[in-house]
Write a protein that binds this ligand. Sequence first.
Ligand code: SF4
Ligand code: SF4
Length: 224
Amino acid sequence: MEIAVISGKGGTGKSSISAAFATMQPNVVLTDCDVDAANLYILFNPTHEKEEVFVSAYKAVIDKTVCTDCGECIDYCRFDAIHDVGGEVLIDETACDGCKLCARVCPSEAISMIPEDKSRMYSGTFRNGKMVYGRLSPGEENSGRLVDMVREEAKNVAKANNLDTIIIDGPPGIGCSVISTITGVNKVVIVTEPTLSGLHDLKRTIEVVSKFRLTKRLLSINTI
Ligand code: SF4
Ligand code: SF4
């Protein structure tokens, strides 16, 4: 059984409740899918048995020893990431979407696609079972894909160790990483707080969760 713990807004105590579940139930796979701010590993200090690189995206890089500054690539970039700066053609890596088109059209083959590979997935053992978590490097994208990777590993670990329960600490909000977290789980626990903004975000989260066919939905009010 997979149980996802999520919240419409951050700071409601979602991770504390996930940690409490993992403490109450022996032999679980505790899974931290809050990959932008994973913190359960700090609490449980797992031993690491596996570490895998997550390539979040690719960025275009110009080899200036080969580039002739012809400017041909500029017009092809739909993301306005390539500019002529005083006669020198440069790529703004924060604007680059990694579509690879410039690398294909460059007549000098001066552009390479470099992987963004600082993010990681870890798998190991903690005091109540197994633990899997992802850490997205600051500024890297595609958290939903890292969540998919973490969940896949958690399922494999559960199967290999005959563990029935996977507890997932999800990200806050209603974005794509939340969708990746709750897709296909058996139950969702939504944690909120007794404030107007907490209620507002709770309603939005319920709206998202309601689109999934779940056997049961639990609502937890954290009255901190
Ligand atoms: S098309 Fe290639 S050679 Fe021309 S400016 Fe762009 S990177 Fe440089
Ligand atoms: S990879 Fe795509 S988005 Fe990035 S600079 Fe090249 S054309 Fe622009």
